[in-house]
Design a protein around this ligand. Structure first.
Ligand code: ATP
Ligand code: MG
Length: 365
C-alpha cells in the first residue's frame, strides 16, 4: 500500500473543530488498514498571522506543494478585520490556489432525502438532486487586465474589469467537466452568455470542439447562464454536470447551494492540471462555508461539509471510490436516523454537537 500524504490546514474559527472530525476518520482508516495516510499540519489565515505575521508561511506553502492533497478548513474572522490587506487571512487561500494552479473548482449540490424539507424549494423539486458545478477558478473577469478605476478629465470615475479567456484555459476546464461526466450520467451543460459576450462565443465554440473531438459519447447541452440560474430553481434535476466560467460559476454554485438545505453540508474540491508524468493533480479540498466565528468553539459546527470534502479527496485524489462512497453513505445514514447538528435541525430531530455528529458518522462508516 503506497503512503498518501495529506497536508491539513485547519485555519480559524470552526476550522479546527471540523478538521478534528476528519482526523478521526483518517485515524480509523489507517488503523483498519484500509489505506495508509500520512498527515502533517500547518497554519493558514488569522492563526498564521498571529504566529508569524503572514497568512501562510513559505514552509507551509512548500508542504502544500509537496503533498498529495491539501485539506483546508476555513479562514478569517472579526479578530483580523484590521490586518494589512496583503496578509489578511483570505490571502492564504488565494496564495494556495494560485501556487497550486487550482483552476477547476468542483462543487457538488446533493440533496439528502432526509433534508429535502429544509431546502428553499419544494421537496419534490430537490429530492434526489445530485448535480456537480465545475467552475473555472483562475481566469475570467476576476483576473483579466486591465482592471482599474480611473478618474476622467470631467471628474467622473470609470471602472474597468476585463473578462478574458484563452482557448487553452477553456479547453482544460472543459476536459475536467467531460472527464467527470464520464464517471456520472454522461451529460454536460455548458453555461455562458454568447448572446452578449465575445468570451461566451469562444467558450461555446471551444467546449463544443473539445466535446466533439475527445468526448463524442458525452451529451453536451449549451445554456445561457441567466436561463441556467432560472432552470436551477425551476427544475434542477434536469442537470448533471454544469461547466462555466469563474463569475457565472460563483453565482450558479451559490444558487445550487441553497437547493440543498444548509451551508454546513456543502463540500468542494479545487484541482490543478494533471502532471504529464504521473497523471496526478494538485488538489485542495475545503467546505464551501467560512469560519463561522459566531458559533466557533461552542460545539455547534456541522462537520459534514468538511467530511464530504475529505470524501471528495478520497475520490478525486486517491481513487479510493469505495471509501468515498462508504463515507457519503455513512453521512446519509446518520441524517436518515434523525441525528442533526443545530443548523440542520427540525422538529423531532436528535440535536447533537460537532464531535457527536462526527462520532455518529464514524460509527456508521
Ligand atoms: P466567508 O466570508 O468566510 O465565506 P461568511 O461570513 O460568508 O464567511 P460563514 O462563515 O460560512 O459565512 O457563515 C455564515 C453563517 O452560516 C453563519 O451564521 C454560520 O454560523 C453558519 N455556518 C457556516 N458554516 C457552518 C457549519 N459548518 N455549521 C453550522 N453553521 C455554519
Ligand atoms: Mg461567504
Amino acid at each position: 500500500m503506497t503512503t498518501k500524504n495529506l497536508f491539513l490546514l485547519p485555519g480559524d474559527g470552526i476550522g479546527p473543530e471540523i478538521m478534528a472530525e476528519v482526523k478521526a476518520v483518517i485515524g480509523f482508516i489507517n488503523e483498519a488498514g484500509l489505506a495508509d495516510f500520512q498527515t502533517d499540519e500547518g497554519l493558514v489565515g488569522g492563526c498564521a498571522y498571529d504566529a508569524h505575521g503572514r497568512a501562510i508561511s513559505e514552509e507551509d506553502m512548500a508542504k502544500a506543494l509537496a503533498a498529495d492533497a491539501v485539506l483546508f478548513g476555513a479562514v478569517g474572522g472579526p479578530k483580523w478585520d484590521a490586518v494589512p490587506y496583503d496578509v489578511r487571512p483570505e490571502a492564504g487561500l488565494l496564495r494556495l490556489r494560485k501556487d497550486l494552479g487550482l483552476f477547476a473548482n468542483l462543487r457538488p449540490a446533493i440533496c439528502y432525502p432526509a433534508l429535502a424539507a429544509a431546502s428553499s424549494l419544494k421537496p419534490e423539486v430537490v429530492e434526489g438532486l445530485d448535480i456537480l458545478i465545475v467552475r473555472e477558478l483562475t481566469g475570467g473577469v476576476y483576473f483579466g487586465e486591465p482592471k482599474e478605476i480611473v478618474t476622467l478629465e470631467n471628474g467622473q470615475r470609470r471602472a474597468v474589469d476585463t473578462q478574458l479567456y484563452t482557448t487553452g484555459e477553456i479547453e482544460r476546464i472543459a476536459r475536467v467537466a467531460f472527464d467527470l461526466a464520464r464517471t456520472r450520467s454522461g451529460r454536460v451543460a455548458s453555461a455562458e452568455k454568447r448572446n452578449v459576450m465575445k468570451s461566451g462565443v469562444l467558450w461555446n465554440q471551444v467546449v463544443t470542439k473539445v466535446g466533439a473531438d475527445e468526448y463524442p459519447e458525452i451529451k453536451l447541452e449549451h445554456v445561457l447562464a441567466d436561463n441556467c440560474a432560472m432552470q436551477l430553481v425551476r427544475w434542477p434535476k434536469q442537470y448533471d454536470v454544469i461547466v462555466c466560467d469563474n463569475l457565472f460559476g460563483d453565482i450558479l454554485s451559490d444558487v445550487a447551494a441553497m437547493l440543498t438545505g444548509s451551508l454546513g453540508m456543502l463540500p468542494s474540491a479545487s484541482l490543478g492540471a494533471p502532471d504529464p508524468a504521473t497523471g496526478t493533480r494538485r488538489a485542495l479540498y475545503e467546505p464551501v462555508h467560512g469560519s463561522a466565528p459566531d458559533i466557533a468553539g461552542q460545539g455547534l459546527a456541522n462537520p459534514i461539509a468538511m467530511l464530504g470534502s475529505f470524501a471528495m479527496a478520497l475520490r478525486y485524489s486517491f481513487g479510493l471510490i469505495d471509501l468515498a462512497e462508504k463515507l457519503d453513505a455513512a453521512i446519509a445514514e446518520v441524517l436518515d436516523s434523525g441525528t442533526r447538528t443545530k443548523d440542520i435541525a427540525s422538529e423531532g430531530s436528535n440535536v447533537v454537537s460537532t464531535t457527536e455528529m462526527g462520532a455518529a458518522i464514524l460509527k456508521a462508516f
